[in-house]
Every structure is written in structure tokens, then in C-alpha cells.
Design a protein around this ligand. Structure first.
Ligand code: NDP
Ligand code: 2IT
Length: 451
């Protein structure tokens, strides 16, 4: 047995930090998983001997490329694009594409690492990947966005494929961008294939893919509340973000009888004491997507609401909270504030929205706390169903898909219970998700030997 096989957690993390300098998000994501996995594999010699965690924390490959495009004034612009293919032990690489100025290799490596466990939890055959660019869609014309997407795909196409790597949307990438990228893929390759998910319904997309992440996060929340004999009826909810995930989470909360008090964007949050009902959610969807407006304009349409510039919404008292914007948007002090104000449950719609200190605060308080890799898996799950429909060359009915999404979220909840039940009525969902996701990928890797 090699000495290095049995390093302790701090030594393992030292190595991760050393090998990934200036990549704090990636190191954070690995740390959060390693805290649980080290305990789990303590007495499992094979996982040590085969260096499984070390291998999952080393992406299969990171492709980085230049993306040139011309803006409306004829200026040449240069961005960086990436695809991180983290692990394909259980299926083709699968994960979204993010366009945001904060995108770095570290951010995409953390997202691809998380995606590996999340995709395993869905029970569908998908490996983990993520891609994107530091391109900022804000303030760009639709034509500029189209040209950028085409240029991005002109390089990306050679790295992806329906059985190789299947990208989808994420921050800054919705149906419109998927359309431009799919159009360019098809043009270059002359191949009409399910190479992207989140496609339009007319050209191979799946019903409920758009809604799936937000709806799934609320189904997961309802599953957690049910363990305490509770439901969402009459509960107040604080939600961050106002994009795809946030607006659909809000919609499902309202459908299940809850009251949504907040939404946000990078400019601040709005607080509507009357509740953000379906009509107001529709207004936000149109405003943010089609008018490309800011959330602060909500208070002009609904004057009883207030706008809080530069702030996150975690100080607003609530029964349940759903961070649905971005990573590290809910810090240790925010977690303490939520608990002090009586928040009973947190379901993450975003990826790693809670920082490590916040995670530890929620765990110590033993509240119902679902990490994104479990609670936001509904989106990629329906992406997996889109892949199946594309392979079958048919489309399933909405009711079938709604039921499958509910069943998959209930299945993930069950997997979390299997490994996270700590007794005394406390379920550590972080631990449950980490171990259940790890075990599936790890066991596949063991079968393949040293590759
Ligand atoms: P959208 O682009 O539709 O919306 C993103 C929202 O988050 C916007 O309101 C945006 O505000 C806000 N936001 C983005 N970056 C920041 C930031 N740095 N600070 C504050 N607010 C910010 O993206 P999605 O809704 O698709 O994604 C939201 C989260 O959900 C991400 O973490 C994503 O990885 C995760 N996720 C998405 C899935 C999907 O299917 N789309 C699946 C699973 C997880 P602004 O308009 O000001 O930029
Ligand atoms: O973080 C995520 O799970 C996504 N952005 C969705 C990925 C997908 O392939 O649907």
C-alpha cells in the first residue's frame, strides 16, 4: 500500500491547493465534498488504493480557447472560452454553459466537479462537465450575442457530441443562446443530433426543461418539509436571483400555496410584502428576459415593494429560503441571520451559493438544508430526459415528464436519507448527497481500472 493513499484531509487539501493555485472556487467545492468523503472511505481500502477522490478532483481535460467576434461598431473583441470535461465514468460529459464576466477556469472547474456528483444523483447516465466564457451579455445587442455564440461554437463543436459531451444553458445562456449555438453546430457538422439540451420545442427540445430546475428545487424542499410533517402552504419564502431558476422556483412556491417575498439581481433585491404572485412573476420573466431590464424597476410597476441596492435578501424574515442566483451569495453571517429569524429550510437552486462557513452554520443548527447538487438537479435531469427523447426521436407528454421530474427529485431525496440520516430526526443532506453521488461514480471508476 502506498503511503500517499492514506493522507489525512488537511494534507489532501494542501495538495489540491498546491496543484490549483488561484482557483479558490474549485478548492472550496473539493473541500466541501472531501469533508464527507474522507469519513466515508475511512474503512474502504479500495477507494484509497485506487485514489478515487484524487482522480475525480482532477478533470479529465480542460479545453481553453480564444473566441473572436465583431461588435456592432466593427471592433474586434476577444474573449476566452472553456469546456471542462471533469468525469465520464457513468455517461457522456453533461453540464451547462455560462456566459458571465466572472467566469474563470476556477469557476468552471468547480461547476464541472459539482456536476459530476449531481448528475450521478439523478440516476441517469450522465458524466460531469461545464463550459463558458467571460463574455458579458449585458448591454450587447441580440446580433452581437448571436455572433459571439457562433464564434464560441466554431471551436467548441470539435469537443462535443451526443455521446461525448452534451452542453446546456446556465447563467447568461438560455433558449436564445442555445438556438444560436445549435444552429452553428448543425451548419458546421451537417449533423442534426441531440448535442445540446434546452433546445426549442420545434427542434428537439423537451417540455418542462425550462421550468425543471426551479420546480425541482421546490419539490426537493417539499420532500424535506414532509420529513417534519409540514408542507409549503402558507409559508413565506425568500428567493435570490430573478433568472430562469429563481422565477420558476417562485412559480412553484406560489402554486403550492406559499408566499414569495423577494427576488434579486446583481444590483440588489426587491421586497414585496404583498407577495410576488403569478402575475408579478410573469412580469419579472418578461422584464428580465425580453426587455433585459433590471429588478429595481419592479418597484415602479408595484409601488408597495421596496428596492434595496447592493444587498442580498437574507435579512428578510422567512420560513424557507432559496438562493437561486450564483456561487457564494449566502455567507456565514447571512446563514446566522436566517436561522435567528426562524428560517426552517434552505433549498439551493444555484450552484454552491452558500460559502463553506455558511454550510457549517446550517449543519450545526441542524436545519433542513439541501446543497445545490441535490436540490437543483431537476434541470439536468430533464436534460437527461431530453437526450433520451432525442435518441428515440420522439417527444414525451408533459404529464409524463412532470411525473418523472417529481419522481427523480424524490429519488434524490431518498438517496440523501440513505447516507445522511444522523438519527434523532436530523438529516445531513450535504453528507447524504456527497456520499451517494460519490459512490456511484467511484464504483464505476473501480470497474475501469487505472485510467
Ligand atoms: P440566469 O442567467 O437566468 O439568471 C441568473 C440570475 O442570477 C440573474 O438574476 C442574475 O442577475 C443573478 N446573478 C448572476 N450572477 C450574479 C452575481 N455575481 N451576483 C448577484 N447576482 C447574480 O441563470 P440561471 O437562473 O439559469 O442560473 C442561476 C443559478 O442556478 C446558477 O448558479 C446556475 O449555475 C444554477 N443552475 C442553473 C440551472 C439551469 O437549468 N439554468 C440548473 C442548475 C443550476 P443579473 O441579471 O444582474 O446578472
Ligand atoms: O448546473 C446545472 O445543472 C445546469 N446548468 C444544467 C445542466 C444541464 O446539462 O442541463
Amino acid at each position: 500500500m502506498a503511503v500517499s493513499d492514506h493522507v489525512d484531509l488537511p494534507t489532501f487539501m494542501e495538495g489540491v491547493k498546491k496543484r490549483n493555485p488561484y482557483q479558490p472556487e474549485f478548492v472550496q467545492a473539493v473541500q466541501e465534498v472531501a469533508e464527507d468523503i474522507f469519513e466515508f472511505i475511512q474503512d474502504k481500502e479500495e477507494y484509497h488504493a485506487q485514489q478515487i477522490l484524487r482522480r475525480i478532483a482532477e478533470p479529465d481535460r480542460v479545453v481553453s480557447f480564444r473566441v473572436c467576434w465583431e461588435d456592432d461598431n466593427g471592433n474586434v473583441r476577444v474573449q476566452r472560452g472553456w469546456r471542462v470535461q471533469n468525469n465520464n465514468a457513468i455517461g457522456p460529459y453533461k453540464g451547462g454553459i455560462r456566459f458571465h464576466p466572472s467566469v474563470t477556469e476556477s469557476v468552471l472547474k468547480f461547476l464541472a466537479f459539482e456536476q459530476t456528483f449531481k448528475n450521478a444523483l439523478t440516476g441517469l447516465p450522465m458524466g460531469g462537465g461545464k463550459g463558458g466564457s467571460n463574455f458579458n451579455p449585458k448591454g450587447k445587442s441580440v446580433r452581437e450575442i448571436m455572433r459571439f455564440c457562433q464564434s464560441f461554437m466554431t471551436e467548441l463543436y470539435r469537443h462535443i457530441g451526443a455521446d461525448i459531451d452534451v452542453p446546456a444553458g446556465d447563467i447568461g445562456v438560455g433558449g436564445r443562446e442555445i438556438g444560436y449555438m445549435f444552429g452553428q453546430y448543425k451548419r458546421i457538422t451537417n449533423n442534426f443530433t441531440g448535442v445540446l439540451t434546452g433546445k426549442g420545442l420545434e427542434w428537439g427540445g423537451s417540455l418542462i426543461r425550462t421550468e425543471a430546475t426551479g420546480y425541482g428545487a421546490v419539490y426537493f424542499l417539499a420532500n424535506m418539509l414532509a420529513t417534519k410533517g409540514e408542507d409549503l402552504n402558507g409559508k413565506t419564502a425568500v428567493i435570490s436571483g430573478s433568472g430562469n431558476v429563481a422565477t420558476h422556483a417562485a412559480e412553484k412556491i406560489v402554486q403550492l400555496g406559499g408566499k414569495v417575498l423577494t427576488l434579486s439581481d446583481s444590483g440588489g433585491y426587491i421586497h414585496d410584502p404583498d407577495g410576488i404572485d403569478q402575475e408579478k412573476i410573469d412580469w419579472v420573466k418578461t422584464h428580465k428576459t425580453h426587455r433585459r431590464g433590471r429588478i429595481e424597476e419592479y418597484v415602479e410597476a408595484y409601488p408597495r415593494a421596496t428596492f434595496h441596492a447592493g444587498k442580498t435578501p437574507w435579512g428578510v424574515p422567512c420560513d424557507v429560503a432559496l438562493p437561486c442566483a450564483t456561487q457564494n451569495e449566502l455567507l456565514g453571517d447571512d446563514a446566522r441571520t436566517l436561522i435567528a429569524n426562524g428560517c426552517k429550510a434552505v433549498s439551493e437552486g444555484a450552484n454552491m451559493p452558500t460559502d463553506l462557513e455558511g454550510v457549517h452554520v446550517f449543519k450545526a443548527a441542524k436545519i433542513l438544508y439541501a446543497p445545490g447538487k441535490a436540490s437543483n438537479a431537476g434541470g439536468v435531469a430533464v436534460s437527461g430526459l431530453e437526450m433520451s427523447q432525442n435518441s428515440e426521436r420522439r417527444s414525451w407528454k408533459e404529464e409524463e415528464l412532470q411525473q418523472m421530474l417529481k419522481d427523480i427529485m424524490a429519488g434524490i431525496h431518498k438517496s440523501c436519507l440513505a447516507y445522511g440520516d444522523q438519527g434523532g430526526g436530523y438529516i445531513d443532506y450535504v453528507k447524504g448527497a456527497n456520499i451517494a453521488g460519490f459512490k456511484k461514480v467511484a464504483d464505476a471508476m473501480l470497474a475501469f481500472g487505472v485510467v
